[in-house]
Design a binder for this molecule. Structure first.
Ligand code: ADP
Ligand code: MG
Ligand code: MG
Length: 902
C-alpha cells in the first residue's frame, strides 16, 4: 500500500505552521495570524485554508480532493486544544470563518462569526457564559444574520428592519436594551426571514454551517464588488482568497469585555502615539458598523489597565518586528486580551513619508528601504494645493477622490453653462449625476467636476485624470436634479451659481469657498523652505528621501519647458536639462500675422521676408531659455503641428468674408486666407502635413529655426554662458527624411557657429512606429533619440487621444481591456515593445546613442520604472512632475527585498 500513497497536496495550515511571508498561499490575514502566533502573542487557535484550495474550487466548482478530510483533521485538533467540540449542545466550540486575500480588500469579502450555534448549542453557550442568556441569544441572532446575508444572499436590510422593529417595540434605540427574551424573539423573526428567502430552514448541523461558510468565502472572491475593486486597485483577478477558521472569543460578554482597533502610529500624519477606538461589550463588526459610539483607545487604560498595558506592549513588539506601522484588531473577553488581526497599515501620503523617515531615525530600516516605501503618486499628492481647513468647514458629502486637487467655484449643471460662465472669467464646478462624452467642453471649462454616481473608472474620473482636473465622483449623498438646476445634500439645497469646494484627494465636498494654501512640499522644492532649519517633519522626510533617490538613480530627469519661466521653475525642481522645448507657441500671439504671411506667400521672396521677420523673435526665445538652463542640455523640437492650426477656423473666416462683402469692404485678404484654409484642410490632421514633412515642403522654414537656435547659442556663449542645444526633428519615419534635414542644418550650423566653441547635436524623435522599427538605420543619422510616447501610443494603437478619451476609454477601463489609460502609463507590451526595439537597434548601430523620452509618460511612476529597465539615459516631463520622476528613478534603481507596497 505504502508505495501507492501519493503525497497529498496540503490545503490547510495550522496557525503554528505559517508565517508572514506566505501571503500568496495563506492570504495577508492568515499569514499574519500565523506570524503573531509564532511570536507568542495571544491569538485564538485556528487554521487557514489556502488560496490554492480557493482557486481549485473556483475553477472546478467543487472542493478539491482531500480538502474535506484535511479540514476535519485540523478541526479535530482545534477541538482538542480548546477542549470543546464544534456546536456541542452542552459546551459548544464556536468559530469564525474569515476571508483573507493576499492584498487587503477592505469590506469586499466575507466573514461569518459564531459558526456552530443552533437551537441546542445556544443553551450550552449560555451555560458556558455562567447563565448569560442574553449573550447567547445575541450571538445566535448575529450568526443567522451574517450567515443569511453572506452565505445565502438574504437581503441584509430585512434583518436590520427586524432589529429596528424589536428596538421600537422596546421603546429604545440601543441594542443593549434588548434582553434575552427580546433576542429570542428576534432569532425567531430572523429564522422566518431566512426561510422565506432561501426556501429552507436555517441549517442546524454545525459542520454543514462551517462548510457552507467556507464555500461562501471562496465564492466571495468573484462577487461583483470584489471584481470591481480589484480592477480599480489593479489587483490581479486570479489570486483567490484564503479562509481562516478561528476559535471565537467574545467581546460581548459584559462590561469587562469589548473589542477595538489600534494603530501603532497615526495613519493620517505619521505621528507617534496611540491611535485607535474601543467599544465595550461588543463583537468586532460593531466597531466599524458604527452602531454605538466608540471611545478613544487611551480610555481603555481606565477601563482595563492590565489589558491596556499588555496591548501597548504587543503594539511595540509588532512594530519592532514588522518595522512598519501596524494596524491591529483585538478583543477582550472578561479581562483577557486576544489579538485577532494585524497587518502593515494603510496610510496617507504624508504619513508614508514621515513614517519612513522616523523608522530610519529609529534604526529600524535603512534609506533604501525608506525609499522603497514611498512612491511618486504619494509625492504628487503632496504637491497639490490644499484646502485650509482650520475652522468651520465641515464636509457635506464624501465621494471618491477621483482626480486630485482642490477646487472651488460656482455650481453649474450643464456643459453649455460651464462654458458660458468660464468665458466670463468665473470659476465653475460642473455637477452631474454622471458625465458622458457630450460634457467634454464643460469639463474642459470647469475648475472641477463633481458627480453623484460612478467610481474611479467612470467617464468623469477617467477624463478628469487625463486632463489633470480635480474630480470627485460617486458622491452618492448628493441628489442631483439637472433640469431644475439644483442638488440637495444633507437637507440643504444648492442652486446653480452657489459656490462649492471639492477635494479630489479626499473626495470631500464643502459648501462655500474653502481657502486654499500652497503645499509645503512645493515650497520646499521651490527653495523657500530650508529643510535643515524647519521642524516640519514632512518636509524633513521628503528632503531626506529625495536626496537619497538622487544619489541612487541612474536616469537623468529633464523637463518639458517652452519658456524661460518654465525652465527656471523646473530647474529649481531639480531638472537636469530640457528634454522637449516646443517651438509652436513661438508662432502665436502677435506673431500670427507673420505666420499668416508665411503661409499665404505666393513667391519665394515673400516667404523669405516672412521668415526673416520671424528669425530674431525666435532667436530671442531661445537665448532666454539657454540662459536659464546655463550649462544644461536643451532639446529644441522643430515646428511640429500642421500649419493650418495657426489660421482662424474655417467657419469664422467664412462668416468674416460674408459680413465684409455685405458691408462692401475689401475682402481680398480674408478671401485669400479662406482659400488657404480650404486648400489646407485635412481629414486626419494628426496624420497629415506636419513635423518633418513641413520642413521638407516649405523651403526655409526649418532653416530659419536652426539658424535662430545656433545664433542664440553663440550669443549666450559669447556673453559668458554655456548653451548646449540639441535640435530634434519630429515625426521622422524614414532615415532619408532625417538625412535631408540634417544636411541642410549642418551647413547652417557650421556657418553660424564658426570658432565659438558651441556644439549643436542633431537627433530625432521616435514617435512613428516605422521609425521604431527602422531605428538601426535612423541611428546612422541621429546623435540622439527622444521617444515621443504620446504619438507613439496614438499611432501604435491607431486612435487619436482627443477623440477617444471622452468617447470610449471609460468603457475599455470598465471592461478591463486596459487597467489604466495607455496615455497615462506606458503600455509595456505594445508601445513599450516599440521603445525597446528602437533602443536596442539604435544602440547597436551607434554605440552610446543618447536615449530619452519626452512624452507625458516621462512623469508617470510606472513608466519611469519601465524606461529605467529599458536603459534610457533620461526622462523628460512637465516641471511639476520632475520631483516625482526623480523619486521614481531612484526607486527603480534600488533593489530591495521589501514586501509588496500595496
Ligand atoms: P475584515 O477582513 O473585514 O476585517 P475579519 O475577518 O477581520 O473581517 O472579521 C471582522 C471582525 O470580526 C474582526 O475585527 C473581529 O473583531 C471579529 N472576529 C473575527 N474572528 C473572530 C473571532 N474568532 N473571535 C472574535 N471576534 C472575531
Ligand atoms: Mg479585520
Ligand atoms: Mg509628437
Amino acid at each position: 500500500m505504502a508505495a501507492q500513497e501519493t503525497v497529498e497536496h496540503k490545503y490547510v495550515y495550522d496557525f503554528a505552521e505559517g508565517n508572514k511571508d506566505l501571503k500568496d498561499l495563506l492570504g495577508g490575514k492568515g499569514a499574519n495570524l500565523a506570524e503573531m502566533t509564532n511570536l507568542g502573542l495571544p491569538v485564538p487557535p485556528g487554521f487557514t485554508i489556502t488560496t490554492e484550495a480557493c482557486k481549485a474550487y473556483l475553477t472546478t466548482g467543487r472542493e478539491p480532493d482531500g480538502l474535506a478530510a484535511q479540514i476535519e483533521a485540523h478541526l479535530e485538533s482545534l477541538e482538542r486544544e480548546m477542549g470543546r467540540k464544534l456546536g456541542d449542545p452542552q459546551d459548544p466550540l464556536l468559530v469564525s470563518v474569515r476571508s483573507g486575500a493576499k492584498f487587503s480588500m477592505p469590506g469586499m469579502m466575507e466573514t461569518v462569526l459564531n459558526v456552530g450555534l443552533n437551537d441546542r448549542s445556544v443553551v450550552g453557550l449560555s451555560a458556558q457564559a455562567g447563565g448569560n442568556d442574553r449573550f447567547a441569544w445575541d450571538s445566535y441572532r448575529r450568526l443567522i444574520q451574517m450567515f443569511g446575508k453572506t452565505v445565502c444572499e438574504v437581503p441584509g436590510e430585512e434583518f436590520e428592519h427586524a432589529l429596528d422593529d424589536a428596538k421600537r417595540a422596546k421603546g429604545t434605540q440601543n441594542d443593549l436594551d434588548l434582553d434575552a427574551d427580546d433576542l429570542r424573539g428576534l432569532v425567531d423573526a430572523y429564522k422566518k426571514i431566512f426561510a422565506k428567502h432561501t426556501g429552507r430552514e436555517f441549517p442546524q448541523e454545525p459542520r454543514e454551517q462551517l462548510d457552507l461558510a467556507i464555500r461562501a468565502v471562496f465564492e466571495s472572491w468573484n462577487a461583483e464588488r470584489a471584481v470591481v475593486y480589484r480592477r480599480q486597485e489593479r489587483i490581479p483577478a486570479d489570486l483567490g482568497t484564503a479562509v481562516n477558521v478561528v476559535a471565537m472569543v467574545f467581546g460581548n460578554l459584559g462590561a469587562d469585555s469589548g473589542t477595538g482597533v489600534a494603530f501603532t502610529r497615526d495613519p493620517g500624519s505619521g505621528a507617534q502615539g496611540i491611535y485607535g477606538d474601543y467599544l465595550a461589550n461588543a463583537q468586532g463588526e460593531d466597531v466599524v458598523a458604527g452602531i454605538r459610539n466608540t471611545v478613544p483607545l487611551q480610555e481603555l487604560e481606565q477601563i482595563d489597565k492590565k489589558s491596556y498595558d499588555e496591548l501597548l506592549d504587543y503594539m511595540a513588539r509588532l512594530e519592532e518586528h514588522y518595522k512598519d506601522l501596524c494596524d491591529i484588531e483585538f478583543t477582550i473577553e472578561r479581562g483577557k486580551l486576544w489579538m485577532l488581526q494585524t497587518r502593515v497599515g494603510k496610510r496617507t501620503a504624508a504619513a508614508a513619508f514621515v513614517i519612513a523617515g522616523q523608522l530610519v531615525d529609529e534604526g529600524l530600516i535603512d534609506l533604501d528601504e525608506a525609499l522603497h516605501r514611498v512612491n511618486g503618486a504619494q509625492l504628487a499628492q503632496l504637491m497639490f494645493p490644499r484646502f485650509r481647513l482650520d475652522h468651520e468647514f465641515q464636509p457635506v458629502a464624501k465621494g471618491i477622490g477621483a482626480s486630485p486637487g482642490a477646487a472651488s467655484g460656482k455650481v453649474v449643471f450643464t456643459s453649455a453653462r460651464a462654458v458660458e460662465l468660464a468665458a466670463e472669467g468665473e470659476s465653475v464646478i460642473l455637477v452631474r449625476r454622471e458625465t458622458n462624452p457630450d460634457d467634454l467642453n464643460g469639463m474642459i471649462a470647469a475648475k472641477g467636476i463633481l458627480t453623484s454616481r460612478g467610481g474611479k473608472t467612470s467617464h468623469a474620473a477617467v477624463v478628469a485624470r487625463g486632463m489633470g482636473k480635480t474630480c470627485v465622483s460617486g458622491a452618492d449623498e448628493l441628489d442631483v436634479n439637472v433640469p431644475a438646476k439644483r442638488f440637495t445634500v444633507a437637507g440643504q439645497t444648492v442652486n446653480e451659481g452657489d459656490v462649492v469646494s471639492i477635494d479630489g484627494t479626499t473626495g470631500k465636498v464643502y459648501l462655500g469657498e474653502v481657502p486654499v494654501m500652497p503645499s509645503e512640499v512645493v515650497q520646499y522644492f521651490e527653495g523657500s523652505l530650508d529643510p535643515e532649519h524647519i521642524d516640519n517633519p514632512l518636509v524633513r522626510a521628503v528632503h531626506r528621501i529625495m536626496t537619497h533617490a538622487d544619489a541612487k538613480r541612474r536616469l537623468l530627469v529633464r523637463t518639458n519647458a517652452d519658456t524661460g519661466a518654465d525652465a527656471a521653475r523646473a530647474r529649481r525642481f531639480g531638472a537636469q536639462g530640457i528634454g522637449l522645448c516646443r517651438t509652436e507657441h513661438m508662432f502665436l500671439g502677435d506673431r500670427r500675422e507673420l505666420v499668416e504671411r508665411l503661409i499665404l506667400a505666393s513667391t519665394d521672396e515673400e516667404r523669405q521676408k516672412a521668415l526673416a521677420a520671424l528669425l530674431p523673435l525666435q532667436r530671442q526665445d531661445f537665448s532666454e531659455i539657454f540662459r536659464e538652463m546655463d550649462g544644461l542640455p536643451v532639446t529644441v523640437r522643430l515646428i511640429d503641428p500642421p500649419l493650418h492650426e495657426f489660421l482662424p477656423p474655417l467657419e469664422q473666416l467664412a462668416v468674416n468674408v460674408a459680413v465684409a462683402q455685405e458691408r462692401g469692404e475689401d475682402v481680398a485678404k480674408e478671401e485669400a486666407l479662406l482659400a488657404a484654409v480650404r486648400r489646407m484642410h485635412e481629414e486626419n490632421p494628426m496624420l497629415g502635413l506636419r513635423g518633418v514633412r513641413l520642413g521638407l515642403v516649405i523651403p526655409g522654414l526649418f532653416a530659419m529655426q536652426v539658424r535662430a537656435i545656433a545664433e542664440a547659442a553663440v550669443e549666450v556663449t559669447r556673453s559668458g554662458g554655456t548653451a548646449c542645444p540639441e535640435i530634434m526633428v519630429p515625426l521622422v519615419g524614414a532615415v532619408q527624411e532625417l538625412e535631408t534635414v540634417r544636411a541642410e542644418a549642418e551647413k547652417i550650423i557650421a556657418e553660424v557657429v564658426g570658432d565659438s566653441g558651441v556644439e549643436v547635436l542633431i537627433g530625432t524623435m521616435i514617435e512613428v512606429p516605422r521609425a521604431a522599427l527602422t531605428a538601426g538605420q535612423i541611428a546612422e543619422a541621429a546623435q540622439f533619440f527622444s521617444f515621443g510616447t504620446n504619438d507613439l501610443t496614438q499611432m501604435g494603437w491607431g486612435f487619436s487621444r482627443d477623440d477617444v478619451e471622452g468617447a470610449f476609454f471609460w468603457r475599455y477601463l470598465e471592461l478591463g481591456i486596459f487597467g489604466i489609460s495607455p496615455f497615462e502609463s506606458i503600455d509595456r507590451e505594445g508601445v513599450g515593445r516599440l521603445v525597446r526595439i528602437a533602443a536596442e537597434e539604435g544602440r547597436a548601430a551607434r554605440p552610446g546613442l543618447k536615449l530619452g523620452v519626452c512624452g507625458e509618460h516621462g512623469g508617470d511612476p510606472d513608466s519611469v520604472h519601465f524606461f529605467h529597465e529599458v536603459g534610457l539615459d533620461y526622462v523628460s516631463c512637465s516641471p511639476f512632475r520632475v520631483p516625482v520622476a526623480r523619486l521614481e528613478a531612484g526607486r527603480a534603481a534600488i533593489t530591495t527585498t521589501g514586501s509588496d507596497s500595496r
